[in-house]
Design a protein around this ligand. Structure first.
Ligand code: UDP
Ligand code: MG
Length: 313
């Protein structure tokens, strides 16, 4: 199969028929064999019904429905697990991404040899204050932290080699940083294509103000995990040791003073408490950080979703 389209959606019933038709039209014009995998992220409207109806008329359309709303990352991850096309293309369901970009994205993967091609919404039709300015900031910081020179990390329209999506795991809210995750897995040829962006035609944005907080925290963890997850002791060990040694140093100073002057009361000295706390904090950093990292990296539940039903998969 030439192309798998992975489309996560949450309450997008109005857009789906139009989107499906548009994609089918583009695919037919280029003679591509394809599948559309709609991942219904626990919609509370009629989205799933619409998907089933669309499938009854077109068997290229497949669907997965989550039992509840798990988030866009979960949807992408589940779609990736099921995608069988040589090129996997993700896009949003809200008609903000244009299916007309698909042939060129595919060409860049197949002919130019990119592992990933990320869309760049150079001209954006979203609110300036709540989307454009914060996203400029996030993109700049992510570029610095990851060394990947993309303008628009969070663009929903991206193309991947099949191999790439089968080797990465997207969880939490990490869909904003998929190129970074892919780079860790060793896929370094990451390209960019300016894509047409359109105003939302139906419905409303599914991401509210929490996007700032979540985006920021994910950025912290992504740059942190990226730098230290393979060698947590370089961070926690370093700071743990510095604190611990400082604590022990103060304790030794106090003990020596006690020997030199027996009338000297240890517990009256600020240094006594300083020695205790820094030594304890040092050990804490050393252990808590290290163990926490190991646990989170091995948690079996971080990517299991309860799937209510499937169609065609
Ligand atoms: N989406 C999803 N699960 C969610 C939130 C959003 O699958 O919990 C989908 C949504 O239906 C759309 C895509 O992710 O297809 C992008 O969402 P949206 O258009 O609301 O984001 P924006 O364009 O405002 O950044
Ligand atoms: Mg949108």
């Amino acid at each position: 199969m030439d192309i798998s389209l992975v489309i996560p959606l949450y309450n997008e019933e109005e857009s789906l028929p139009e989107l499906s038709e548009w994609i089918s039209r583009v695919m037919a014009a280029h003679n591509f064999s394809f599948e559309i995998i709609y991942v219904d992220d626990g919609s509370t409207d009629n989205s799933w019904k619409v998907i089933e109806e669309l499938r009854s008329k077109n068997l290229n359309i497949k669907g997965i429905k989550f039992q509840r709303n798990y988030g866009k990352s979960a949807g992408l991850n589940e779609g990736f697990r099921n995608a069988s096309g040589n090129v996997v293309i993700t896009m949003d369901a809200d008609l903000q991404d244009s299916p007309d970009e698909i042939p060129e994205l595919r060409r860049m993967i197949m002919e130019d040899g990119f592992d990933i091609v990320s869309g760049w919404k150079k001209k954006r039709y979203d609110s300036t204050l709540t989307k454009n300015i914060p996203s400029r900031f996030f993109n700049a910081v992510t570029r610095k932290a990851s060394g990947i020179m993309l303008h628009d990390f969070n663009c929903g329209l991206k193309a991947y080699k099949n191999k790439v999506v089968k080797s990465i795991e997207v969880y939490g809210e990490m869909h904003r940083y998929i190129p970074v995750i892919a780079k860790w897995s060793g896929f370094k040829k990451i390209g960019e294509k300016v894509v047409e962006h359109r105003a939302r035609k139906y419905g409303v944005s599914k991401f509210g103000w929490e996007r700032f907080i979540n985006g920021f925290l994910d950025l912290v963890s992504i740059s942190f995990v990226g730098r230290f997850s393979k060698r947590p002791m370089h961070f926690f060990g370093l700071w743990g040791s510095i604190f611990f040694i400082t604590g022990i140093g103060i304790a030794i100073y106090l003990i020596i003073s006690k020997f030199l002057d027996p009338s000297f009361t240890l517990t009256n000295r600020p240094g006594f408490y300083l020695a205790l706390t820094t030594a304890i904090i040092g050990v804490q950093l050393f252990l808590a950080g290290f163990i926490g990292e190991l646990i989170s990296r091995n948690a079996p539940g971080r990517n299991s979703y309860l799937i209510e039903s499937k169609a065609g998969l």
